[in-house]
Design a protein around this ligand. Structure first.
Ligand code: SF4
Ligand code: SF4
Length: 134
């Protein structure tokens, strides 16, 4: 079972710096693939990335919540054009570079969210998307 990066990812890149098998990449083009992605065929489930993520965006595949209960104030980042995700959010990545996320939404406390679409999104990025063959 690989690990999965969900839409809670704010693309600041720390996880990729600790992965021992280099299976975490930034989505490209960013507008279409706004988070980082884990190659499920290469991930060895070491768990190092989970502890590195300041946004608690990474889960083992079997634990990706289908009913995530928001604390309130955290964000999801989605492909540009996603309905209701029209807040721009600026972060500084792990290397000190500014990152602008164009399609985010702030979650309300107690809001319930299904994060499991990220399982397919991570797999598809490498199986048929821009990560194929890399
Ligand atoms: S669990 Fe380990 S191998 Fe898998 S993506 Fe995270 S750091 Fe890489
Ligand atoms: S550490 Fe978390 S927020 Fe940063 S790129 Fe990885 S999953 Fe995204």
């Amino acid at each position: 079972m690989p690990h999965v990066i969900t839409s809670l990812c704010m693309r600041e890149g720390s996880c990729a710096t600790v992965c021992p098998v280099d299976c975490i990449v930034p989505g490209n083009p960013q507008d279409q693939y706004p988070t980082y992605y884990i190659d499920p065929e290469t991930c060895i489930d070491c768990g190092a990335c989970v502890f590195e993520c300041p946004y608690s965006a990474i889960f083992p595949k079997e634990d990706v919540p289908s009913s995530y209960t928001a604390k309130g104030g955290e964000r999801i980042s989605m492909p540009l054009g996603t309905k209701d995700c029209n807040e721009t959010f600026e972060v500084v990545d792990h290397a000190g570079n500014p990152i602008q996320l164009k399609s985010t939404r702030t979650l309300a406390a107690g809001e319930i969210l299904d994060l499991t679409p990220a399982i397919e999104a991570n797999a598809a990025y490498f199986a048929s998307g821009p990560g194929y063959g890399k």
